[in-house]
Design a protein around this ligand. Structure first.
Ligand code: CUK
Ligand code: CUA
Length: 620
């Protein structure tokens, strides 16, 4: 290149730079305001690498059966916690304990997370999950983010529990979407109205042992119980359920369950019911205490609500409950005080399936014209409600006092639930709201005919709402709860418990015991080796005979934060992780002779690749 050409080249670059500078100067000037806004929105949601989000968003994973944990406001997916379905990444459902917990189930349909509460506020101890698909409830310990118990519940079908833990976590109530015949005898659909029942379960959490048990069940009419919420404050001791199909249709529900102008909100006095059950007013059915409120009246009342209501939500002070009629353009706000008054005055318009129906007029406070397809409502700290409009693809903000719509915000698209910061508690945060949209359409890079769901992050700190962020999610969050991060106190490593069953804490103690055809391996995992038998020439090999059953009891003796080991057996269809300080047992059948490499599946050190061993199965 000649000197001249270099100079002209430099000049060309300078000219280019000048154009660039002028272009940007111009852009900055002409679009100053929009630019500043964009910047502040970006700043609002930006959480720098290494910094932590302010909130956890705990989203149900729908028919994945898992819990999705996001950070807010960054909307980063932090973890998927397996609850109702197996998970190869962690070996959930593979090792003996979780395999027994899952009991063969391949899927679950988790709609509504419910964080435990004290005084009507999230306390960060546990999260409860319910499985609409297979009639289970689960306890997720929020110290470890591990599912510690799964309860299979008899006599019910489709526990579609909403965020419905009572204010001091006395009970988790599980009303059901599907009515089924009571008892074990076959009953055809022709006897639906008489013999089918919607059974609601009261499940009691045990915070000492991180477990759940059925306390009792309540017989309700054969309707679909959709959502529910616990009373608090003014309505403490009561629960509220929305219903549809009070038509009692058994076929083509889309048409036949939408005929009535009004279905019911069920109000029930769970404190009274609990006392009655305590006093012995129940019958046993399949091992549970079954309470019949028809036999023992005075605890269940019906309030007419338009029209096939979906969500029912109690205001933070507990003085009102709000029903969203999915086929009505209004949401209806009812007064708890008026309802109590109407019950006292027996202001009944008649009865349905033997239960007294209060007159609509005696309980209604106001109808709010929100828009099309209202589904769910949350609250802020300034007396406002936020309701999703499925058909309009909007979130509407309205004032509880005036009943006036304050603002509407477009979301993308078709929102189901929404979650505000602690927005279903006695003390909502009032700064963020996430719209859980059912349909993402064109929001993200296309991945073919089916798209992820979408979640829009909305700033609700001002008078008007603004979408400031968005994140995709896997199928299919229904509800989510947002909890202050400082309420969650996680375990750093599992305690070194010398007395723990099957645990070995020194590699010198690793050994193998044979008991007939059962071989018990008491081994350790540490950076960067497995030791199964300290006295063997190949301490990282396990030799057994074809036909043996091998129980790997493995303790991760690395008690440093985040040093997790995994143990995969090549060709064996088995893998599980062992977190720092944890002991797990995996049982496999050595039913074919051969050589099966064992290797660590979690990258744990520079010599992770060396962390291998063998399962040697000798022919018979
Ligand atoms: S349901 Cu899914 S959008 Cu199961 Cu809470 Cu309303
Ligand atoms: Cu242990 Cu990789």
């Amino acid at each position: 290149m000649t000197k001249n050409r270099i100079i002209s080249g430099v000049l060309g670059v300078m000219a280019g730079l000048l154009v660039t500078v002028i272009f940007f100067a111009d852009f900055n000037q002409s679009d100053n305001t929009a630019n500043a806004d964009n910047k502040s929105n970006a700043q609002k949601v930006y959480v720098a690498p290494g910094e932590h989000d302010d909130y956890y968003l705990m989203a149900s994973g729908g028919h994945s059966g898992q819990l999705f944990v996001y950070g807010l406001p960054s909307m980063r997916l932090i973890r998927q916690v397996p609850v109702f379905s197996p998970d190869p990444a962690t070996g959930y459902g593979f090792d003996d304990k979780t395999k027994e917990m899952l009991n063969g189930y391949k899927w679950g349909d988790f709609h509504h997370p419910s964080i435990s509460e004290t005084d009507g506020e999230y306390d960060g101890r546990a999260l409860f999950a319910t499985d609409v698909g297979n009639n289970r409830a689960a306890y997720v310990d929020l110290e470890t983010f591990h599912t510690t118990d799964i309860l299979e519940i008899p006599n019910i079908a489709g526990p579609h529990c909403a965020a419905f833990v009572t204010p001091d976590s006395e009970y988790l109530f599980l009303p059901t979407r599907f009515s089924v015949p009571l008892g074990d005898e076959f009953t055809g659909l022709d006897e639906y109205s008489e013999k089918y029942k919607g059974v609601m379960s009261a499940v009691k959490p045990d915070f000492e042992n991180n477990t759940l048990e059925v306390a009792y069940q309540v017989i309700l009419p054969p309707w679909a119980y959709d959502l529910s919420d616990a009373g608090k404050g003014a309505s403490d001791g009561w629960g509220f359920l929305s219903t549809y199909n009070t038509e009692e249709a058994t076929t083509t529900l889309e048409i036949n369950a939408s005929k009535n102008d009004r279905d019911y909100i069920v109000m029930f006095d769970w404190e009274q019911i609990s006392e009655e059950v305590e006093a012995g007013n129940y019958e046993e059915l399949n091992g549970t205490k079954m309470f019949d409120p028809i036999e023992h009246p005075g605890s269940v009342y019906l309030v007419p609500a338009p029209k096939s209501p979906h969500g029912v939500d109690v205001t933070p002070d507990g003085a009102h409950f709000i029903a969203n009629g999915k086929l009505s353009p209004t949401t209806t706000m009812f007064s708890v005080e008026k309802a109590f008054e109407a019950i006292k005055n027996e202001d009944f318009q008649g009865e349905a399936q033997g239960f007294p129906v209060l007159t609509y007029e005696s309980v209604v406070d106001k109808e709010v014209e929100v828009g099309l397809g209202p589904l769910h409502t949350q609250f802020d700290d300034k007396g406002n409600a936020y309701t999703t409009l499925f058909i309009d693809s909007q979130v509407v903000k309205w004032n509880l006092e005036s009943g006036k719509v304050v603002d509407k915000e477009e979301v993308s698209y078709s929102p189901g639930h929404l979650a505000a910061v602690e927005g279903d508690t006695a003390n909502p945060g009032g700064n963020w709201l996430v719209s859980l949209n059912k349909i993402a359409k064109d929001q993200y890079l296309s991945v073919g005919p089916s798209h992820p769901e979408s979640m829009d992050l909305i700033d609700i700190s001002g008078e008007t709402m603004e979408v400031v962020g968005s994140a995709p999610s896997q199928p299919e969050p229904h509800y989510a709860q947002i909890i202050n991060a400082d309420k969650i106190k996680t375990t750093e490593v599992f305690e070194k418990d010398e007395g723990r069953e099957n645990a070995v804490w020194n590699k010198e103690d690793a050994h193998i015991e044979r008991d007939g055809d059962d071989v018990h391996v008491y081994g350790i995992a540490m950076r960067s080796q497995f030791v199964f038998d300290a006295n063997s020439e190949s301490p990282d090999a396990v030799t057994v005979k074809e036909g043996d059953t091998v129980h790997f009891h493995i303790t991760n003796i690395d008690r440093d934060q985040d040093i997790t080991h995994g143990m995969g057996i090549n060709g064996y269809n088995e893998n599980f992780e062992i977190q720092p300080g944890e002991t797990k047992t995996l049982t496999v059948e050595a039913d074919e002779s051969g050589t099966f490499p064992i290797y660590c599946t979690n990258f744990c050190s520079a010599l992770h690749q060396e962390m291998t061993g063998y399962l040697l199965v000798e022919p018979e």
